[in-house]
Design a protein around this ligand. Structure first.
Ligand SMILES: Cc1cc2nc3c(=O)[nH]c(=O)nc-3n(C[C@H](O)[C@H](O)[C@H](O)COP(=O)(O)OP(=O)(O)OC[C@H]3O[C@@H](n4cnc5c(N)ncnc54)[C@H](O)[C@@H]3O)c2cc1C
Length: 462
């Protein structure tokens, strides 16, 4: 047992709490994260040269951010932490990594995957113009670089990040031209009773909406994106309002997104079972009630297993670590596990309410014009995807990929999968769950060709 090599991928809220729980039991895990510092997405740290206070950076979440950072910093010396370490492949019990630019291999006996989420993107006409960013990209610019993506930004999409990032921009002094929500206004009212059971989390959402309203930021609901305008870069945005009238906005940046999806590639490479979750309209890991995947010795936590938010990520990180400790024979995990499971079930209810308030606009994917690029790595248009189904007989997303190269490029379909799968499902007149998802392939994220050419080097000693 003492010689078991335990590795955690991800030092966001889930990975940090998993590491903390293992250390408290006397175990020394290896923690790998491609980022330069711990904190993950929500509690992303600013570069050392910037000196903004916690309140400025994290708003209402400042206390939680500080606690998480302090907890991780307090583990120094008791974990083997490797920042700037991208895990790009998993084969058997080995992770292939690019650590500070050098290729290497990290062996493990037990693995906790806490890899977080990626944004769901649905292309619209002109979305490849310079000046179009995802909501997360716009937020990273603000949090990490203290700059805005444009002088006059339009925010578009659906999901809790939409009002939040717009609020962060407006609060920081940026010009927020409008927040265009694709969900009908009635969706939020319908979800309100269930949202209010979410306590402080829901109240914060109400606050962001009220703040934007009080500061005169237009926030129309039920909009349909039409196109980003401009020749060389974004100069404006056209959309249809809830009554179908076309409107134009002057702007030099557009920030958009439609919620999140789990980063499943490493779990996929390990052969972990996934399932389709109809509430979020996406794929999640099929875990037992303690965070074990279907592959013995591999556990998962946080948004990388299912999108449940930061609080659930912390709880599920601890849960995965306790399940692992229990499997190693550490006694006394059951009571804590039962408590964590109860708290996580309550957060499941809040997530269901959020999905009602911010319904995923699948109809937008189905309506993407034939001429529009969906997979920008391989420059595959919506029309080519439809043609692979109609003319070449592709009957699922992977056959479609083989026929037209959608999802075959550098991002491995992480960006285009939601739209491509929806287009395939519509062309086949099937449900999304029936067309499947892209099979993961290494490298899960872009790496220099030299990393692939390298013969597997000696395992990095811990
Ligand atoms: C762009 C973006 C912005 C977000 N902003 C907010 C927000 O402002 N407020 C909010 O409540 N929620 C936000 N969320 C959701 C939020 O990230 C989560 O709810 C919470 O951070 C989940 O914690 P986690 O530990 O599961 O994942 P994360 O916090 O995402 O941490 C995952 C970690 O894993 C690392 N990682 C992933 N893959 C690899 C790999 N292959 N190799 C090495 N390291 C890897 C990442 O670098 C990251 O540090 C955001 C999500 C995204 C994608």
């Amino acid at each position: 047992m003492a010689s078991e090599r335990i590795v955690i991928v991800g030092a966001g809220p889930a990975g940090v709490r998993a590491a903390e729980t293992l250390v408290a039991a006397g175990v020394r895990p290896t923690v790998l994260d491609e980022a330069a510092a711990s904190g993950g997405q929500i509690y992303r740290r600013q570069p050392a040269e910037l000196r903004r206070r916690y309140g400025e950076l994290y708003g209402f979440e400042a206390g939680k951010a500080r606690r998480l950072h302090d907890a991780f910093d307090g583990l120094r010396g008791r974990i083997d932490y490797r920042p700037d370490c991208l895990v790009w492949n998993l084969e058997g019990k080995h992770l292939q990594v690019l650590h500070a630019g050098a290729p290497g291999t990290v062996p493990f006996d037990r693995l906790i995957l806490a890899t977080g989420a990626v944004e769901r993107v649905l292309p619209f006409e002109g979305w490849t113009l310079p000046g179009v960013y995802t909501l997360g990209g716009a937020q990273v610019a603000l949090k990490s670089q203290a700059c805005a993506v444009g002088r006059r930004t339009v925010f578009l999409g659906c999901g809790p990040l939409l009002p939040y990032v717009a609020y962060q921009y407006a609060r920081a002094g940026a010009d927020v031209v409008a927040v265009l929500d694709t969900a009908p206004r009635t969706a939020k009212w319908r979800a309100l009773p269930d949202l209010l059971t979410g306590g402080a989390t829901a109240l914060k959402g109400v606050y962001y909406l009220a703040w934007l309203r009080a500061h005169g930021v237009p926030y129309p609901h039920g909009v349909t994106p039409v196109r980003a305008q401009g020749d060389q870069a974004v100069e404006g945005f056209r959309y249809q309002d809830a009554r179908g009238r076309e409107r134009s906005l002057d702007c030099d940046a557009i920030s958009f997104g439609y919620g999140l999806k789990s980063e499943l590639q490493l779990a996929d490479l390990a052969g972990c079972r996934c399932r389709f979750e109809s509430t979020s309209h996406g794929w999640v890991l099929d875990l037992d009630s303690s965070g074990r995947t279907s592959v013995p010795g591999i556990y998962a936590a946080g948004d990388g297993a299912a999108i449940r938010g930061a609080e659930a990520a912390e709880l599920s990180g601890e849960r995965a670590a306790r399940a692992l400790l229990g499997d190693l024979g550490f006694a006394g995990q059951d009571a804590a596990l039962a408590k964590l499971q109860r708290r996580l079930r309550r957060l499941d209810n809040l997530r269901a309410a959020l999905e009602t308030a911010f319904p995923y606009p699948r109809h937008l994917a189905r309506a993407i014009p034939d001429s529009e690029i969906v997979c920008r790595c391989e420059m595959v248009s919506a029309g080519e995807i439809r043609s692979a189904v109609r003319d070449l007989g592709a009957d699922d997303i992977n056959r479609t990929k083989a026929f037209c190269r959608v999802g075959m490029g550098r991002c491995q379909g992480r960006i285009c999968e939601p739209a491509a799968a929806e287009i395939v499902a519509a062309a086949l007149e099937r449900e999304l769950a029936e067309v499947g998802r892209f099979r993961a392939q290494a490298p899960v994220k872009p790496v220099p060709i030299a990393a692939l050419a390298e013969k597997r080097p000696e395992a990095l000693a811990s």
